[in-house]
Design a protein around this ligand. Structure first.
Ligand code: AMP
Ligand code: MG
Length: 426
């Protein structure tokens, strides 16, 4: 076994920051990565690196918003009224005839309005007659059920801003303006390293004395949820030489996530090894629970996050620090999980001076308001309890415990955007 090593000087390190101070320390050092041009089909989840403009008016002409008849509203002042149908216009057709008094054209949804027409009457408000005539039964006003030229977008309009996230609807906007390729911010290259003599890799034979390495896989999944494919470097023993070799490889990436070995144990070599490799450690030990031993450092090209080995601590620290950092690198403007106010089903213990992230499930009370219930086990080693949580309930550092029925903030986790039945159907 290796002897404990001396921690080299860490002159710039800030110890005992609050969560927002630690987040600022990270985010202040990050600007988005370079842009790249990719196919629209690959763009979901990325952030735009350019402004996007409309390349035509949409609709390109005034169109009918309904199946019905294009008419002159002045013809329908007295009802019922019979008009001569002079033409059938489908979406995709161009009208050939302009309307004279007493005439109308049959129009399908999306069909261009013929000249002379100033309104649409829905087919339900009419009755077809023999010999190419239709009877109009209901009063109308000009400009009813018409989508005007340029109503959705006008040529030259900025339709999307740089930094906007590409969602399915955004893909729709991009396809509408015929962008088969788009400029987005490139994805960061992320490496994941686990550290600990006790760890057993997923593909190693079962050994009852070992602890299975779950963190590598959880971190990988958390990164994949941002549509980034990370590299798993493997498991380094608690050994400075081995750690050095692994970390040297990790420093070739934009972001290195190291799980374990960042605490104050005699065999926690991660921080001194990083410092010896020229990584400037920026902070260590944030006033939070779980996750207190988290540390962050930077080298010329790499952001290094040292996450505590306890599986829940690692996940919570990823949510608070790594997630916003990766999103900023990717060019996103919205960096944090959505928080919502909820009522507490029971009191929550916390200590003033330290933010507490409580794993909780969400339900609705009879009034429809969200209620948070802490999951039974709040152990930072209990990955099963984390797997049951919908949200992280935040007891802010200014509070000494939260009481039953008070309104507190929760951060929604990945699963919280899904439910069994739409409430609107109940
Ligand atoms: P450490 O942060 O190295 O002091 O580890 C704290 C606790 O987390 C120990 O009980 C470890 O066994 C556990 N742990 C460390 N790394 C991992 C990992 N990759 N997967 C699961 N548990 C881990
Ligand atoms: Mg360890």
């Amino acid at each position: 076994m290796n002897p404990p090593i001396e921690t080299p000087q860490e002159p710039t390190i800030a110890i005992g920051l609050s969560v927002p101070e630690a987040q600022a320390c990270i985010l202040d050092r990050i600007i988005p990565l370079e842009a790249e041009e990719i196919e629209l089909a690959q763009a979901l989840g990325r952030a735009l690196a350019e402004e996007v403009y409309a390349n035509r008016d949409l609709p390109p002409y005034d169109v009918s918003a309904m199946d019905g008849y294009a008419v002159r509203a002045a013809d329908l002042t007295e009802l019922p009224r019979t008009l001569q149908v002079i033409e059938d216009i489908k979406a995709g057709d161009m009208p050939r005839l302009s309307l004279q008094p007493g005439q109308c054209s049959r129009t399908m949804t999306g069909a261009p309005l013929p000249s002379g027409a100033d309104t649409i009457v829905r087919v339900e408000d009419t009755r077809p007659l023999e010999n190419g005539k239709a009877e109009f039964l209901v009063p109308t006003k000009p400009a009813t059920d018409i989508r005007l030229r340029g109503e959705s977008m006008r040529q030259g309009d900025v339709v999307l801003q740089a930094g906007e996230e590409i969602t399915p609807a955004t893909v729709g906007v991009l396809a509408t303006v015929k962008r088969a390729k788009v400029k987005v911010v490139r994805k960061p290259r992320v490496a994941i390293l686990s550290n600990g003599d006790e760890l057993e890799a997923l593909n190693e034979p079962f050994d009852p004395r070992k602890i299975p390495d779950s963190n590598s896989h959880v971190l990988m999944a958390q990164v994949q949820a941002l549509s980034i494919e990370p590299a798993l470097l493997g498991i380094a023993h608690d050994n400075p030489d081995e750690l050095t070799r692994f970390i040297e490889r990790g420093l070739e990436y934009d972001v290195l996530l190291i799980s374990g070995g960042t605490s104050v144990g005699d065999y926690d070599y991660v921080r001194p090894t990083l410092a010896a490799l020229g990584v400037t450690m920026r902070f260590w030990r944030v006033e939070m629970r779980p996750g207190h031993p988290v540390a962050f450092g930077t080298s010329e090209h790499t952001l290094v996050f040292c996450l505590p080995g306890n599986p829940v601590s690692s996940m919570v620290c990823f949510e608070q620090f790594v997630l916003p950092a990766l999103r900023r690198l990717m060019g996103h403007r919205r960096l944090f999980r959505r928080t919502i106010p909820v009522r507490l089903a029971q009191a929550v213990k916390s200590r003033q001076g330290r933010a507490e992230f409580v794993r909780a499930t969400l339900s609705r009370d009879t009034s429809g308001a969200y209620v948070a219930t802490p999951v039974a086990s709040q152990s930072s080693g209990d990955i099963l309890a984390m797997a049951r949580a919908d949200a992280l309930l935040v007891a802010p550092s200014g509070r000494n415990g939260l009481v039953t029925d008070e309104i507190a903030q929760v951060q929604l986790l990945e699963t919280a955007s899904w439910q069994h039945l739409p409430d609107t159907e109940k």
